[in-house]
Design a protein around this ligand. Structure first.
Ligand code: BLA
Length: 508
């Protein structure tokens, strides 16, 4: 069972990635307590700042940092807004020796964390200059797909990775590459699906909070944080760090994908991960912090635009569904037989609730369209629907899990959205969806996609595993689609009731 599999915590889900006690080697980290005394530092601190020796815990920051820089850093801490976004200061002469650094500061528990990396002196103004035209290009768009495609193009123009993808999460936490820009010789990933397990639960939660990830070099040695554990015997919490070193599992996965450097930006909508912009490069790569900050701004604009487009679109769909509902009601009360209303119902649902087939059973009459079981097959399951699934709207991505008799037509009608039309009878409308493994094709050589156990860190193997999980399942019916279907059901029930009353009045 898909949901059982997802609910069972795996080893991957348990790895405490925020306590890794190491950072990537392109920057340095200082964590100080409320008294301004050093609590932790990355082992490369002396090197980066040109100090005579690595300062130990308890060293006052005033003995490490230049007073002017420290003042600016303190101002940055004072500006922290209490939200999970670091304050940034560019071009600080941290040690007062003329070497400039770009800095990000945030608080981790009681500690104040300063992260820094060499300043990108020459390109700084160029990065600022990109902002307005890039936002203007995104603002002009009005549908999600062109928003994703434009974002992929702009991010690739801006950051220059070999591959930039917009990756969209589905309700079951699996994901799909919905837009891609890549070097021509790179194998296309567009349309590929990945199982939920490729981003373990805690990594997902961390990614939702700390939305910007860069891995500069998959093969670089991480730099330890010293001491590894603080006075309370726990490692520094690196949840909001920008330099944190990454899990070896993830690095292995990326290497297996042929990725030498990556950058990932989470797209969050309604507090949930909607998707991400994921960049891959074959060689090590690190865009300067100022450029990463512009990319972050682009992704925030993307999120706002996406929300605007999706809200407008769902209002439009609902309005259209209401209108068609009214038309249906009018035709039905005007004498159209319920059983003959299937084409109108199909039109009503076409855009609002995508489906591949419909079944309608009213009294003795069965009508079907598209990928739907024939009358004999449907009549076999009809008595079981209400008894097994209850009287309300029921959504399933594999009906055969609940009703084994539905297995007979599951190769073309696997998922079902069931709308019972009366308590007493078997009348019902069912929307069908094809199984995913019949509708999605693997872009590469399918023979390479067979997973052997233990190979799951290979993306092809992982994709094959995903195909195994979804075998015989349709896409999920989302909440909005169920709501539109429920509204249609109320209309139909109203008609059934009204016709029933009229019939009994005629009899009386
Ligand atoms: C993290 N895995 C991630 C992240 C992404 C992916 C986006 C978080 C962002 C990041 O840190 O880069 C997965 N990236 C993808 C996918 C694509 C992509 C699917 O570009 C598709 C194009 N990963 C596994 C398995 C494990 C695993 C089986 O596949 C189990 C051990 C682990 N993934 C794993 C871990 C992290 C991760 C531990 C967190 C890494 C960290 O933050 O330290």
């Amino acid at each position: 069972n898909l949901h059982q599999r997802q609910d069972s915590l795996t080893e991957c889900d348990r790895e405490p990635i925020h306590h890794i006690a190491a950072i990537q080697n392109f920057g340095g980290l200082i964590a100080a307590d409320a008294q301004g005394l050093l609590a932790h530092a990355s082992a490369n601190l002396a090197d980066l700042l040109g100090l005579a020796a690595q300062p130990g815990p308890g060293t006052p920051l005033t003995a490490i940092l230049d007073p002017e820089a420290l003042e600016l850093i303190e101002q940055a801490f004072a500006s922290l807004a209490g939200i999970d976004v670091p304050e940034r200061r560019f071009g600080l002469d941290l040690a007062g020796n003329g070497t400039l650094f770009d800095c990000a500061v945030h608080r981790s528990g009681d500690l104040s964390v300063i992260e820094f990396e060499p300043h990108a002196r020459n390109d700084f103004a160029d990065h600022v200059a990109m902002i307005v035209p890039v936002i203007a290009k995104l603002e002009a768009l009005s549908d999600p797909q062109s928003l994703c495609e434009t974002a992929a193009r702009l991010v690739r123009q801006m950051l220059g990775y070999d591959r930039v993808m917009v990756y969209r999460f589905h309700p079951d936490d699996s994901g799909e590459v919905v837009a891609e820009e890549r070097e021509p010789e790179m194998e296309p990933f567009l349309g590929l699906r990945y199982p939920a397990a490729d981003i373990p639960r805690q990594a997902r939660e961390l990614f939702r909070r700390n939305r910007f990830r860069v891995i500069a070099d998959m093969d670089a040695d991480a730099v330890p944080i010293i001491p590894e554990r603080g006075p309370d015997d726990t490692p520094l919490d690196l949840s909001m760090s920008m330099l944190r070193a990454h899990s070896q599992m993830h690095l292995a996965y990326m290497r297996n994908m042929g990725v030498g450097a990556s950058l990932a930006i989470a797209i969050v909508r309604h507090d949930r991960l909607w998707g991400m912009i994921s960049c891959h490069h074959r060689e090590p790569r690190l865009p300067p912090f100022s450029l990463r900050t512009v990319a972050e701004l682009l992704s925030q604009t993307f999120s706002l635009m996406l929300d605007r487009i999706l809200v407008a679109r769902s209002e439009e769909l609902r309005a259209r569904a209401r209108e068609l509902n009214d038309r249906l009601l009018l035709r039905l009360t005007g004498g159209l037989a319920l059983a003959d209303s299937l084409p109108l119902i199909a039109e009503l649902l076409r855009d609002a609730v995508p489906h591949d087939g419909l079944s309608l059973l009213v009294g003795d009459e069965y009508r079907a369209s598209g990928a739907a079981p024939d009358e004999a097959a449907f009549r076999k399951i009809a008595p079981l629907l209400a008894s097994t699934l209850g009287g309300g709207v029921h959504a399933s991505n594999r009906l055969a899990d609940q009703i084994p008799e539905a297995g007979g037509f599951a190769d073309f009608a696997a998922g079902a959205l069931m709308l019972p039309l009366s308590r007493a009878s078997r009348d019902c409308l069912v929307l069908w969806r094809r199984p995913l493994d019949r509708t999605i094709t693997w872009a590469g050589d399918p023979d390479k996609a067979r997973a052997a156990p233990g190979e799951l860190l290979q993306p092809r193997a992982s994709f094959a595993a995903w195909q195994e999980i979804v075998r015989g399942r349709s896409t999920d019916w989302d909440a909005e689609q169920c709501e539109i279907a429920a509204r249609l059901r109320r209309t139909l029930i109203e008609v059934v009731l009204r016709l029933g009353e009229e019939a009994s009045r005629e009899r009386a």
